[in-house]
Ligand binder design. Sequence first.
Ligand SMILES: Nc1ncnc2c1ncn2[C@@H]1O[C@H](COP(=O)(O)OP(=O)(O)OP(=O)(O)O)[C@@H](O)[C@H]1O
Ligand SMILES: [Mg+2]
Length: 382
Amino acid sequence: MTGEQIRLLVVEDVPQVASHIRSLLNAQSQIKMLDVVTAGDRAVGTVGELKPDVVIVDALLQGRMSGQKVAEEIRRAEPQVGLIMLTVPQNPVSENPERGVDAVLKMPFTGFDLTTMVRKVGEARAAESAGSGSLVVTLFSPKGGVGRTTLAYNLAVALGEDHRVCLIDGSLQFSDLRGLLRVPAVAPSIVNLPTDRIREQDLADVMWRDPSGIDILLAPPRVEMAEMVTVRDIEKVLSILRKIYEFVIIDTRAALSEDVLVFLDSADLILQVLTYDAMAIRGLVMSAETFAAIGYPASKLATVLNRSDSSGGFSKADLEQALGRRVDFEVVSDGHLVLAANNEGNAFVSSSPDAPIARGVRGIADSLASRLRERSPALSRR
Ligand SMILES: Nc1ncnc2c1ncn2[C@@H]1O[C@H](COP(=O)(O)OP(=O)(O)OP(=O)(O)O)[C@@H](O)[C@H]1O
Ligand SMILES: [Mg+2]
């Protein structure tokens, strides 16, 4: 919201106070006062209609609904709206976001007090609701060939049936998704974004619209172009994508390099992919030490055992013991189906939804969808 005009609604039954607020805002253009509602019981309806960013409510509203009640109803109905309670020193009110009060403004106040508080509340609320409606999931493995690209694509397609999904080809040098989906070399990629100010429209222009319905942000078509993508670009892109998509799924290359670390830092959840392979396990044990040193909480990590029915001599218990953590998801091996789907450039979750391998991937998708719902119970109702 920084730099954009903030839309303000005032719920106030004392005409002098409402016109005082209006006159204080006259001298500036950052905040636009939409309207004044003079009765508490009309407040929620008007908020629904006008969609303000911030509402000021007088704590001492007369009539059927108290200021506190109005604040609570607005929070329940429109949780993305910021709310400031206006009061007098004789009637102290405390901040309580749960009950709808993000900040308290005491009379008398100056134009500076008013604009600063409205801006602060508006920006904080916008930042919160921008992130909480989305989940960024990065597939990671320090060992190559374990199935990240295959799983990332199929997972994104499965989630795409009910959600807005963007898949990022974070394998910046070799662009694995270009290979998998046989995207023409001329298709735009992350390097075609402007370097200074990236806007939503710029992103829309470089997205590859996959026939499955998901959008894909491709990696550059040539190896040496990967160097043109900076850490700052990636951060900026991710912050915009979070606002547009419910899921951002990221495929990465087998490394713990600077570019991969940005994708890991930005993730809400890291899906560590491994197979029954001593080298894959060893790699994850080593990277777990790095994650602990960086300070990633355990809840940021989950483990996917791919080809879970090809154990090659040791049991799942052995694997979990070596890894020092439980396996959260399992996807079986199905070389035939994976090959057939990959050869046709489609997702096995769509072409063979009942195959055990597809059910494994759908299990991950279901779990991610419920994580998203838990994260934003109020927002996902909208
Ligand atoms: N569950 C599975 N059953 C059968 N084959 C699989 C399975 N998962 C992946 N494969 C196959 O394993 C190979 C490696 O998979 P994929 O390219 O997805 O792995 P990756 O981790 O992205 O590898 P890279 O290190 O090259 O990025 C591919 O040939 C793929 O078709
Ligand atoms: Mg890959």
